[in-house]
Ligand binder design. Structure first.
Ligand SMILES: C[S@@+](CC[C@H](N)C(=O)[O-])C[C@H]1O[C@@H](n2cnc3c(N)ncnc32)[C@H](O)[C@@H]1O
Length: 223
């Protein structure tokens, strides 16, 4: 499904513009800079539940596998936005140092008020380009609602995996349509290259992303 097909007449103007006007990471950054003050209100009105779906998948993985992300470990929230994903990690009981990668200063100003992040990286992720975030550093790299097929595309996955410690966990949640479209193959390639193992994949019920959309969350372990 293309992004313009993603937007339905029932979606808010904010969602329709997001899906139909953005072609690159730079466009996406401009969009969030300009709409930061309406972000939380819009997402709450759409029953945005992707952050909790991500954490539920992480906890299920821990329970089933016995592999535990240290609660007092080091975490980074990729595309932290206004901090809704970071708040979900805190609600799930992870108390350690949490850093944020968020290129939009206006979005991060809202997040900063929540006092949940330690360090802020303002990099914009581009395919196959390194950000200033150090390598092999985090017990958990997580990202909610950032990866898509218009700007932060599947060839940006390698960059976020680079930030995890060897053996560290990467937890990613995005619109399920993108998994079927492209991410399934990208993740399989990373598994074949022995960069990561795919430890869990959970498809939500309809509406557990936002509105009527379905989320998918997957857990990778860096090799
Ligand atoms: C839908 S919001 C998600 C925010 C937060 N994770 C949440 O769940 O509410 C997407 C965020 O990703 C950021 N973003 C978009 N493209 C990005 C990129 N290429 N690199 C880093 N961050 C990006 C945007 O600035 C925006 O704050």
């Amino acid at each position: 499904m293309t992004d313009s097909q993603q937007a339905s007449g029932k979606d808010s103007k904010w969602i329709q513009n997001l899906y139909t006007t953005i072609k690159s990471p730079a466009d996406e950054l401009t969009y969030y800079e300009n709409t930061a003050n309406e972000y939380e209100q819009t997402l709450k009105s759409l029953n945005y539940s992707a952050p909790d779906h991500c954490m539920k998948t992480l906890k299920n993985f821990e329970q089933k596998s016995g592999t535990l992300v240290p609660k007092d470990g080091k975490f980074i929230d990729i595309g932290a936005g206004t901090g809704m994903s970071g708040e979900a990690l805190r609600r799930a009981g992870y108390t350690g140092q949490m850093d944020a990668l968020e290129p939009s200063e206006n979005m991060y100003q809202v997040a900063k008020e929540k006092n949940i992040y330690s360090n802020w990286f303002s990099d914009l992720i581009w395919p196959d380009k390194e950000t200033s975030v150090p390598s092999d550093t985090y017990d958990l790299v997580f990202s909610v609602g950032v990866f898509n097929n218009r700007s932060t595309t599947s060839n940006c996955l390698g960059e976020v995996i680079r930030m995890a410690k060897p053996g560290g966990i990467i937890a990613i949640t995005h619109n399920y349509d993108y998994w079927e479209g492209d991410y399934k193959h990208a993740v399989n390639n990373l598994v074949e290259q022995k960069t990561v193992e795919l430890k869990a994949l959970e498809i939500s019920s309809e509406g557990e992303y936002y509105g009527e959309k379905t989320a998918c969350a997957y857990i990778l372990q860096k090799l």
